[in-house]
Write a protein that binds this ligand. Structure first.
Ligand SMILES: [Zn+2]
Length: 324
């Protein structure tokens, strides 16, 4: 008998106000699928169990059914890590700030290797949140900065310097060939219409422009360790979980040429090791105030392993592509 995702999700006894919609595979358009895993919002500990299926034709893993776009909004509240505010962590504040700034510096390093940004570069960051990466790049290289984010009321010192567009990326009207470099740091796995987004990206990029995408990697060591407690599941926000194969395929199929594939990203794999261990053995709902000391302690202890993070396929993947 054919597997029915809607029937399966009804067994999960979710809050009655959830509104679902079924989706066909983002990569190949087929609808036949099998159950892959049941995921939860382990980071904040919010209610809800969500079904991920594997496409029978192309093996893409994606959430199906998914919450409709209005129902998903409650999951993007101010606690969400990417939309950080300045916070006081006592004596650890400088260490926390250093770690968050390091993420922007690591993104910069990655970008500069494949697309050296200068004062003429028009840089667009999709899913820019409060825009710390854009502001950092603008301070350092004087490049022109644009950003898109789904979230409203974002604010941060200097935020007004960004040409900011609120809403869904594929609804934005950027002029054709008006951007030299598009970055998507942990945006693509949230996208409700990745194919449409790639179409928009292709249109707005200049002929020699580049698109850089970082997402969690399904066929990685941390997924194998933690399975449905893997931080990359993050349901319901993550609409698809990409392996190397499915990420490469969706880009090639939509008019991009892969210039580099990296089995790592700017995002620290240690975060996935720590949180996966926590969700698996302690429970869901991460209270940053309570875990910040063990977090940095663990990072210190794992330092020898983390030195080799770019070679171990721990959790992330990054792809650099140009237009075909
Ligand atoms: Zn498929």
């Amino acid at each position: 008998m054919r597997f029915d995702p809607l029937d399966r999700v009804r067994e999960l006894k979710n809050p009655a106000h959830f509104q679902y919609e079924t989706v066909d595979c983002y990569l190949c358009g087929e609808s036949e699928c099998t159950e892959f895993l049941i995921g939860e919002e382990d980071l904040t500990g919010k209610d809800g169990k969500f079904l991920y299926v594997e496409c029978t034709s192309c093996s893409l893993v994606y959430q199906n059914p998914r919450l409709n776009i209005d129902s998903i909004k409650e999951y993007y509240d101010s606690e969400y890590l990417a939309h950080r505010k300045k916070k006081d962590w006592g004596f650890l504040t400088p260490l926390y700030e250093w770690a968050m700034n390091k993420l922007d510096r690591d993104k910069e390093k990655l970008v500069q290797k494949y697309f050296p940004v200068n004062e003429n570069t028009r840089l667009l960051d999709v899913g820019c949140a409060v825009g710390t990466f854009l502001l950092y790049m603008n301070r350092k290289y004087q490049c022109k900065i644009s950003g898109v984010d789904f979230k409203e009321d974002l604010d941060y010192p200097g935020f007004e310097k960004i040409d900011f567009h609120q809403g869904v990326f594929y609804d934005q009207n950027f002029p054709a060939e008006s951007i030299d470099l598009i970055t998507m740091w942990h945006f693509f796995e949230h996208d409700y219409d990745p194919v449409k987004s790639l179409g928009v990206a292709k249109k707005v990029l200049t002929e020699n422009g580049k698109l850089i995408i970082e997402v969690p990697r399904l066929d990685s060591v941390t997924y194998r360790l933690f399975k449905n407690k893997w931080t990359g599941v993050q349901a319901p926000q993550h609409t698809a979980l990409y392996s190397k194969k499915t990420l490469v395929e969706i880009l090639e199929k939509n008019g991009f040429e892969i210039e580099a594939y990296l089995p790592f990203g700017a995002f620290p794999p240690y975060f996935y090791i720590f949180t996966g261990t926590y969700f698996k053995f302690i429970g869901k709902g991460l209270n940053l105030d309570r875990i910040i000391v063990p977090y940095f302690l663990g990072q210190f202890l794992l330092f020898p392993i983390l030195l080799f993070k770019n070679y171990l396929n721990l959790s992330m993947q990054t792809i650099v592509c140009g237009k075909k």
